[in-house]
Design a protein around this ligand. Sequence first.
Ligand code: PEP
Ligand code: MG
Length: 557
Amino acid sequence: MTQVLRGVAVSAGRCAAPVARMAAAVAEPAPAPALDESKREAAAAAIVAASQQVQQDLLAAAASVSGTAAEILTVTSTMATDPALVSSATTKVTDDGESPERAVWLAADALAEQLAALGGNLAERATDVRDVRSRIVAHLTGVPGPGVPRRDEPFVLVAEDLAPADTATLDPASVLAIVTSGGGPTSHTSILARSLGIPCIVATIGADDLVDGQVIAVDGGSGEVHVEPDAELIERFSLEISLPEALTEPGRTKDGHAVALLANIGNPDGADAAAQAGAEGVGLFRTEFCFLGRETAPSVEEQVAQYGKVLEAFPGKKVVIRTLDAGADKPLPFVTADDEPNPALGVRGLRTSWDRPDVLEDQLQAIAQAAKAAEADVHVMAPMVATVAETETFVDACARHGIGQAGIMIEIPASALRARDLLKVASFASIGTNDLTQYAMASDRELASLASLSTPWQPAVLDLIAAACDGAARHGRPVGVCGEAAADPALAAVLVGLGVASLSMTPRSLPAVGAILATVELDECRALAEVARDASSADEARAAVRDRIPALEEWAL
Ligand code: PEP
Ligand code: MG
């Protein structure tokens, strides 16, 4: 009988294909006896040749992708033949008799340390140096290079987890699905897989035992991996079921109840992609992504330019700009401390304005200025709001800048439970289910070992969402969802049943969510919400809801 592995489903879709495992990390070459003088010149030449080959490989990879991925790969390629690296390595061979692979390792380590000590943008280059170091050493020793493997046929990528540089080279035409043993539903891998539309299962128990070439059938909707499936299952999982690339109509249920389908973006490039995907607007603009790692606060002018580009992509449409959500996994050194014992529970989100009100003031001024020059319907919201007092301070600050649509994110159980007080003051709320789940379940959203707890299908999380919607409804205020939950088509129907008015997600998920919503009536959504809240576990809630939405099977979602 086929063995079935289970993990956390993070990106829907099905496929059957052979496994290709990520190559193991390249190990540090062991010290060896000094090379004979007669062999040193050839060994030094091998370093030069290997570094040139790595540069060419990276440039070829850059040519096969576009946008940020191409930029990352082109920048990394220049490091492969960096004169400081190559000459330091060849000198270690000619003068000290080191083996070429060990010489490259030592030279790159020294260079990476120097760069790291310089801080700022140069420190980031240290990662590039270590990346090219592994690639050159792999060439010299004949072991598989690091990164995503290349195969003639499409495959399922199986890994412990993926690093940001690996993900830059993912090609959806050859990587049909991703299965990892690590990672959580809101990890980097999950977010990227969803944004590329690649079926993905994380925290899969038993994935480390899968071997290269073994055929598996992956169901990114249910979180199941069938190992060596029979011919019938392979055929079923290989059927080409393609949803449209973009939303073609506004979101609504089968009986016409409107549910705005909006996009989550992190920078102006994302705004263009979201507009092309047919998003009805932007439900979450994560402004902190424009300034990550910066030591000093951006000027008002710089912010006006960035926000203005986003607003331009959505004339006449709603754009929700979130003020800087700094802290925890998104440090902005100009407002966050780096010595807190529990950064996720620390001075983050709106709390950073307690010490630095000037940063919030500048941002509101920039938003107001950009809004004046654009035709978009600008809304502003604050992240990590817990109390009425914080809500009042924020709404007042927005009003001083002429911003009438001032909202809050509901990401803390306290604000979900007391939404009836907070929404008396704020004009709207958007539920951040990633953090709301993390705080409700006391489970770090970055930790793979807690992935079974960190899912918004937890009935306790659904109860909190229901409380937030009920509290807001008392004042006739709209509530949206902009956490990853909104991108799960089955959960989207539950959220609508709980009273959510808009769903904001990675643009890639818009067609799937739109297609499923169009098959269920509002009353059915309400019934699904009850079924989910009545369940005694997240798995039970998910399975019961999925069973009741036949279109999921039809679209292989
Ligand atoms: C969330 O917490 O769900 C959210 C949308 O905010 P972020 O993922 O940026 O923390
Ligand atoms: Mg959040």
